[in-house]
Design a protein around this ligand. Sequence first.
Ligand code: IPD
Ligand code: CA
Length: 262
Amino acid sequence: MQGSANLNVMIKAARKAGRSLVKDFREVENLQVSSKGAGDFVSRADIAAEEIIREELMAARPNYGWVGEESDPVDGKDPTRRWIVDPLDGTTNYLHGMPHWGVSIALEHKGEIVAAVVLDPAKDEMFLAEKGQGAWLNNTRLRVSGRNRMIECIFATGIPFGGRPDLPETLQDIARVAPACAGIRRWGAAALDLAYVAAGRFDGYWERGISTWDIAAGILLVREAGGLVEAVVPRVSPFDDGTILSANGGIFDGFAKVIRNV
Ligand code: IPD
Ligand code: CA
């Protein structure tokens, strides 16, 4: 894919942060056997990755705004553009030494995501999209899956943890979706869940209680791969509602009905 200058800046930042996270991940794997665990070490790795990305992006585009999971937002001199960054999505997997986590970087222009990078460093998979230019995995163009019977589909979701109040709703969702499909996966990294919908690996994904940085890049990947994305509440932005529903066009309406329970 011949990316724009902005996309190339994003790729460079993601790769640099990815290298730092991979290096620290080797240490995290060793820390599994220690009684103290890897918690503090992982927070430092996460923050260090965010700093790397922030330095790279802000040096290249000093006027753009910034929203990142680990730091305070910054309003840019250019109020129309901002970076939306999750330096380490899938933190719990990372903490437990499981190689399924990613770096997510999105560029928003006038309220719309226009460029997206989701890097899975452990598998060396780089998911890219630009508005109107399609979505790519490394050098291969992505398309959402063509499955149009719910019963043959696999859906991903996130299950709220640590006493979050939206757990009962998600359990009710699962009780409705599970009998209607071929399987549900909870793999623990929302940015990769969306990237996998874009790649046709998952047929759809939904989640409640999700943050903008978890889904900003992934939303563009799915749309540019021909899929649909909405909030669980119709006609509301996933960023405002903190819920997301995405699938290939063949099953989207049926899937949305099951999640919306209508
Ligand atoms: C989390 C992951 C997880 C999702 C959570 C997110 P983090 O992000 O994306 O899959 O279910 O809602 O908070 O904490 O690993 O960056
Ligand atoms: Ca995240």
